[in-house]
Design a protein around this ligand. Structure first.
Ligand code: NIG
Ligand code: FE
Length: 397
């Protein structure tokens, strides 16, 4: 394997406050920097004036370089179109999760090749906007074969696959009184057994404020079954209103609780005293006209935050982390540095990964080049495609 030096980096965001050439801030900024890549790993990081000899050299002409975004929450395996649902929401229709059944129907009807092609296009779209590793959930199959199929195809693109059979109760289980319990039996039994080989994580839409999603008790049952099958825990919680999702995630030691749109003081205190990351998804509030979570309050309380896209056909069909950063800075009280940290090292923490979201010797060479002199431009130039991932790394990441 040949070594490559990337020189001419005007500003390097390392996320490593201990680097001796850095400014000591959380972002670990190094001016006039270089990095050396060896076999898709970082072999050297420092000032360009001290870069060692390498087989190849590439001058980035003063651009800023950041760790590639870690998109720790997405629902990319789906077919069909729900743009009309979005248009209706913009004229006042509320979001209640009912549209998930529309995506389910189209996803079940798609062939493997069609789903794979749709997924490949969405992952490429993310990469083109600066994302490295992406987490991908199932949740639009909602039967044994289609959930397992979604995860099998997702696992061709990422190691961070999440079983979300407990997304909603599918329509065929809604008619009878015992339907919810019957579906939960399936999710926790045959479906989990078929999906666990293709999944690292299990997730549940814990949302008593939606008739289609799951209560705290139901969610606990799903998460405990998943843990019993060796899966690690993530939770959709407190998205549509106050609910038990955050407390449940913390009490079960979940890696992440995602959305956190409606939080009580007790929820914030529980998160602050835990190792559960609160993952905020600003694109969802943007696309559903919901109030934004108060990121400032969470940070000031000491909560570890992540930012992710939640790219999905219902609440947010945006794959853009720069967009999420711009909204978080503009409307959620985060500084540009806090937002970038949350979208890189914070999201890596939510996936329990220390090899991504950081530019440090030994980490993966997931590097994103900004067509700009500073990371500040991510929020300063909303909607402008300045971020591009330089290395995707090996096929499965
Ligand atoms: O994260 N909240 C649950 N799931 C998705 C939306 C799914 C959909 O509407 O298709 C979310 O917002
Ligand atoms: Fe989601």
């Amino acid at each position: 394997m040949s070594t490559t030096a990337l020189t001419g980096i005007g500003e390097l965001v390392t996320n490593d406050p201990t680097h001796p050439d850095g400014d000591g801030s959380s972002l670990g900024l190094i001016q006039d920097a270089a990095v050396v890549v060896d076999d898709a790993k970082l072999a050297w990081v420092g000032r360009a004036s001290a870069v060692p000899d390498t087989d190849e050299r590439r001058d980035l002409g003063g651009c800023a370089v950041i760790p590639s975004f870690v998109d720790s929450h997405s629902h990319l395996v789906f077919a069909g179109d729900r743009s009309a649902e979005f248009a209706a929401r913009m004229t006042g229709e509320p979001y209640d999760g009912g549209g998930i059944a529309v995506s389910m129907k189209a996803t079940r009807a798609a062939t493997d090749d069609e789903l794979r092609a749709l997924l490949a296009r969405r992952v490429a779209e993310m990469h083109a906007q600066g994302t490295g590793v992406v987490e991908i959930k199932s949740g639009y199959g909602l039967d044994v074969d289609n959930e397992a199929r979604a995860l099998r195809i997702a696992s061709e693109f990422t190691d961070e696959t999440t079983f979300l059979g407990a997304h909603v109760v599918p329509p065929e289980f809604r008619a009878s009184d015992s339907g919810r319990d019957d579906y939960l039996d399936l999710v926790c039994g045959e479906m989990l057994a078929a999906c666990a080989p293709y999944a690292r994580w299990i997730d549940v839409f814990c949302e008593p404020n939606s008739a289609f999603a799951f209560t705290g008790e139901e969610s606990e049952r799903v998460l405990r079954a998943g843990a019993g099958a060796g899966l690690e825990l993530r939770v959709h919680g407190n998205q549509l209103g106050h609910g038990p999702g955050v407390q449940l995630a913390v009490s079960l030691g979940a890696a992440s609780v995602d959305h956190c749109t409606f939080l009580s003081g007790e929820d914030i205190a529980a998160l602050a005293g835990s190792s559960t990351v609160a993952t905020l998804l600003p694109g969802v509030e943007f696309s559903t006209r919901s109030p934004y979570p108060d990121a400032r309050r969470l940070i000031d309380a000491g909560v570890q935050l992540a930012l992710a896209s939640d790219c999905n056909p219902g609440t947010c069909y945006s794959s853009s982390i720069p967009f999420a950063i711009a909204v978080a800075v503009r409307d959620m009280g985060m500084t540009p540095a806090e937002a970038l940290l949350a979208a890189t090292s914070g999201a890596a923490k939510s996936l329990r990964r220390s090899d991504i979201g950081v530019i440090r010797v030994g980490a993966r060479a997931d590097l994103t080049v900004l067509d700009a002199p500073s990371y500040l431009h991510l929020a300063y130039r909303p909607g402008v495609p300045i971020a591009h991932a330089l290395e995707w790394g090996p096929a499965a990441s």
